[in-house]
Design a protein around this ligand. Structure first.
Ligand code: BGC
Length: 371
């Protein structure tokens, strides 16, 4: 499986490079919303991308949009990238408009599988090719899926928390779990991953299972309220498995109010500037870096091929647990990041030293070997 995934990724990258070589400028993109019209572009088709929101993670607007735009521009393909801002009705309206405006490929990050499926069904009925980006739409029947190995993301989070609790020599720590949105299939996969690690510790009576709750829509503010309640009911929480950096930051804010930050390790995901700064400050134990440029490049390569009327091959696949279907897939490899490896994320160009190492973080950056 892993080999198949890698070879597909390489093929996708090669495809992107090939397209870059023959692509040109794609017209006025100053609004950062859409590229060339089909008439101006080198490719007949047009790609529509719907991002989910800008609040559940900084990644969608700061990373995914940027990298997708770069790939479409380089290929000279007309595109339209919009953000549903967490609104399911708006999500469907955007999809309808994209199809009316001539999208021949639709790539979505669903807000839940039900509304995602409705959009995919409509697109397919109109002959529009479909790609699930990052989140699999259960029973959605998209033609392709591009993401990371999300169970592995969760395993890295679980193992990361174990490492940090071991470093702190925690004795029978009570662990709280702040899970992602119950309507996001990824949140289920992350949880499968970290529970696989933590359950062994609970069963061996090395750790004590504490409060375990999902955060609707990955809402960071709600995560703060939920964690505050958890800590009130169980003041001895000694470790927090938070499913992404936003949820982790919400827990850290509550820990700070109780002078517990830095004492209670907290996990994360997405290697956001805020998450990395929390790691540098010693308030967050780890994050998971997902090289979003690779994900965007793989998604764009598929979308561009489909826009050209090709049928790109996918050597990997994932099982849709609801429909039982095997969905052709590109799954990338996530990486755990601790204090000493924050520099890897900078070296990869995902965040810059300038944005990360401001003010109080300058000294910490030097300590962490960030050049
Ligand atoms: C993504 C994460 C993100 C979360 C909240 C998940 O589906 O895989 O990267 O943090 O959604 O937006």
């Amino acid at each position: 499986m892993r080999k198949g995934i890698l070879s597909l990724t390489a093929a996708a990258a090669a495809m992107t490079l090939g397209l870059t070589a023959c692509g040109g400028e794609s017209g006025d993109t100053s609004t950062a919303q859409s590229g060339a019209t089909p008439a101006e572009s080198k490719v007949a088709g047009k790609v529509g991308v719907i991002l989910p929101d800008s609040k559940s993670s900084a990644r969608w607007e700061t990373a995914d949009r940027k990298y997708l735009e770069e790939a479409f521009k380089a290929a000279g393909v007309a595109y339209d990238i919009q953000n549903a801002q967490g609104d399911k009705t708006q999500f469907q309206t955007i999809a309808d408009q994209m199809i009316t405006n001539g999208a021949t490929v639709l790539m979505i990050v669903n807000l839940d599988s039900g509304t995602g499926k409705a959009v995919l069904d409509k697109a397919k009925a109109q002959g529009v090719a479909t790609i699930d980006y990052d989140r699999l739409t259960l029973n959605g029947g998209a033609s392709y899926y591009v993401s990371f190995d999300n169970t592995k993301v969760g395993t890295l989070q679980g193992e990361g928390l174990v490492k940090c609790l071991t470093d702190k020599k925690a004795d029978k720590p009570i662990v709280a779990e702040l899970n992602g949105s119950p309507t996001d299939n990824n949140a289920t996969l992350f949880k499968n991953g970290y529970d696989g690690v933590l359950k062994l510790k609970y069963d061996a009576k090395e750790y004590v299972k504490g409060p375990d709750q999902s955060v609707p829509d990955w809402d960071n503010a709600q995560a703060g309220t939920i964690f505050e309640q958890m800590l009130t009911e169980q003041p001895k929480i000694a470790g927090v498995l938070a499913a992404n950096d936003g949820l982790g930051n919400a827990a850290i804010a509550v820990l700070k109010k109780n002078s517990l930050n830095g004492k209670v390790p907290v996990t994360g995901q997405d290697a956001t500037v805020q998450g990395l700064q929390n790691i540098l400050a010693g308030d967050q134990c780890m994050t998971v870096y997902k090289a979003i440029k690779k994900e965007a490049d793989a998604g764009a390569a598929l979308a561009i091929a489909l826009a050209k009327g090709e049928k790109p091959a996918a050597s990997g696949s994932v099982k849709d647990t609801e429909s039982g279907a095997d969905v052709p897939a590109v799954l990338l490899d996530p990486q755990a990041i601790f204090f000493d490896s924050v520099k890897d994320v900078v070296a990869d160009g995902f965040v810059t030293k300038d944005e990360l190492c401001i003010g109080e973080f300058a000294a910490k950056c030097a300590e962490a070997g960030i050049q």
